[in-house]
Ligand binder design. Sequence first.
Ligand SMILES: Cc1ncc(COP(=O)(O)O)c(C=O)c1O
Length: 401
Amino acid sequence: MPDIKWITNNSLTKPSHQNEFSFAKVNSVQQFHAGFPGYAPTPLVSLTSMAQSLGLGGLYVKDESYRFGLNAFKALGGSYAIGRYLADRLGIDIAEATFEVLTSPATKKKLGEMTFVTATDGNHGRGVAWAAAKLGHKSVVYMPKGSSPERLKNIQREGAEASITALNYDDAVRLAADNAQKHGWIVVQDTAWPGYQEIPLWIMQGYTTMAMEAYQELAAQKVKPTHIFLQAGVGSFAAAIQAFVLNAYPDAPPKVVIVEPHAANCIFRSAEAGDGKPRFVSGDMNTIMAGLACGEPSTIAWGILAAASDMFISCPDWVAARGMRVLGNPLGTDSRIIAGESGAVTAGIVSLLMTCSDLSQAREELKLNSSAQVLVINTEGDTDPDNYRSIVWDGAYSSPV
Ligand SMILES: Cc1ncc(COP(=O)(O)O)c(C=O)c1O
């Protein structure tokens, strides 16, 4: 039996915040991003041969490694949140806060230079640093202990004052909040907690550009997804997509499955506890899925996922490694996808659900069969290139099945 745990949500309800992810709101987020230099929809790759081999009707991968040339989806959140914040400070609507307006001399004169601060495993900080620099502001970024030096360099390259701390992720978030208070900086954190809701909600709304693109790209191929697998750290990314798909496919929303590493499975544990309250994981949370190594669910995200997601899965690191190899070694005429650890775990779990007899009950419960049109999102490319090679070339974290 592979060491994979899953739990079904038997009490689905309408989540709070669903209206914040309406079609109209998500449309306006996409308009905002479309005005940014370098914006282009990321590819939606159809893995036809893989779907056939696994016994699925279709398997689609939205490849966010192409997002703004930053190798991960995260800049969508930081850029929209900073844009919303600046629009508020200017007293204008986000629809008027175009890139040209936000970077104009008049805006600079009115607002001066601000400092945005955040804590990150890598991708979010790189996105905040990139967005702050593009909009003419400063950024400070704190990383948890054990963070990849390559990821640190990528953040510094975007102009941030960035460092690796001796803290775990959740404590690095607290450091960012404390220093913001001391120095008058603005916290742009991708997780909500009691009393800090507005900016994380904007970040979540920012993520929905990728969901709208996927919706448009699938519609162009006349495909309606039946299943979406989403990886979770604090859950903001997954919850944003979850809330949007309820609005995008109101008559028959796709089943949504949330996937986490065992070492940081706070959403899974919260679902397992079954009382609606979030549960925390503490300590170092050692996992190769650095982007998912978060032990405290975002309060907004947990509310949405608890109400609306169909299944929660907790899995070991080798599932992500398998996903990286599966996507990097395509079948037939399928395209090759370079996926990092946090990006690949959902492809890894789909491949296992379809082939591993020990998981047949989960497969049947989800109705994953030849009628299923499955969407996964590759949320990052090879953001840790050394680890990418050791997994894909040398077979590190090999599958025990
Ligand atoms: C590559 C990648 N995928 C997924 C996630 C998960 O996002 P969230 O923390 O909002 O659940 C992250 C978070 O940093 C990430 O970097």
